[in-house]
Design a protein around this ligand. Sequence first.
Ligand SMILES: [Zn+2]
Ligand SMILES: [Zn+2]
Length: 137
Amino acid sequence: MTDNKLNALRNCKKCNRLFSSVDGNSLCSRCNDDIDDEFTRVREYIYDNPSSSVKDVSIATGVEADAILKWIREGKIVLSKGSSIAFCDRCGEPTDGGRFCAKCVHELSTGLKSGIGESTEAQRQRMGMHIKDARKK
Ligand SMILES: [Zn+2]
Ligand SMILES: [Zn+2]
C-alpha cells in the first residue's frame, strides 16, 4: 500500500499492454486476475499433491515453473514436510527432492573424482559441518 495514489501509465510486465497503475502495480488488472487464478491453482495442487515436483505442478496447472518457484521462495506457498520440492544446498536451484540439483551432483562427483587429495578432504569436512548446521534448526 502506498500513500500517494499516482495514476501512472505503464506497460504491463506480462502482456505489455498500457494500463494505468493505481498502486504501483506492474501488471494490468487482467493479468493480475490471471496471476491470482494461477496462484490459487498452484497452491491447491501442491496442497492436494504434496509430493509432486515443481515440474509436475507446472504441467498439471499450466503455470511456469519459474513462477511457482518464485512463490515458494517468497513464502506465498508453504511446502509441507513431505514435499519433494527442495532447493539445492549449493546453488539454490530447485531439485527433485535431493540435497543438490542434477548439475551440482554432476559437478561434485567430477570434482571428487579428479582426486585433489587435500581439498577433497576439506570439502568433505565442510559438507559434514553443513549437515550438522542443518540439523541444529
Ligand atoms: Zn497485462
Ligand atoms: Zn545446484
